[in-house]
Design a protein. Structure first.
Length: 161
């Protein structure tokens, strides 16, 4: 899609520090290019979609397990106290490429910005701290290794998967 930052990053029209980290049948995982901290991953559909309602059934079916897996990877990349999963699909009040921000949050990060939740993300965007592309490359390489490790299914209380 012309003018879509997410599409331009995926196609190589824009530089993507760390490159593609993981791909499923319908989703891509990349490191965040914004100021949300080292280890923050973006999970986005490969095709240009601007809303959850616009996802096909097969795309939606992959999403939950992928967000769980990405959260686990992020938690291992950064010893997080919590991993946020936030849906984003607006820029400047205009619908844009749907993407999920999978962000590690530590007590130190919350303390540094004196905020948590959406207020933390607003504070981080306001500060505008840019990440070192070499550090992103290192984290992305570690994330690829973690995504390559098979996951163990989570069982419910009666032993079902």
């Amino acid at each position: 899609m012309i003018g879509c930052v997410a599409c331009e990053l995926s196609s190589g029209e824009r530089d993507l520090p760390g490159g593609l980290i993981h791909r499923t049948g319908f989703w891509l995982v990349e490191h965040c290019i914004g100021p949300l901290g080292l280890g923050t991953l973006i999970v986005k559909p490969e095709r240009h979609v601007t809303s959850m309602a616009g996802l096909r059934e097969d795309e939606a079916a992959e999403l939950g397990p992928l967000l769980r897996r990405a959260s686990s990877v992020v938690d291992k990349l950064v010893d997080a106290d919590q991993v946020y999963n936030c849906l984003c699909s607006h820029a400047g009040g205009v619908p844009v490429h749907l993407h999920f921000v999978v962000q590690p949050v530590t007590k130190a990060l919350m303390s540094a910005f004196e905020a948590h939740g959406p207020s933390l993300q607003v504070a981080m965007f306001s500060a505008g701290d840019q990440l070192d592309p070499d550090e992103i490359e290192d984290v992305a390489a570690r994330a690829r290794i973690l995504f390559a490790v098979p996951t163990t299914p989570v069982t419910g209380p009666n032993g079902t998967v």
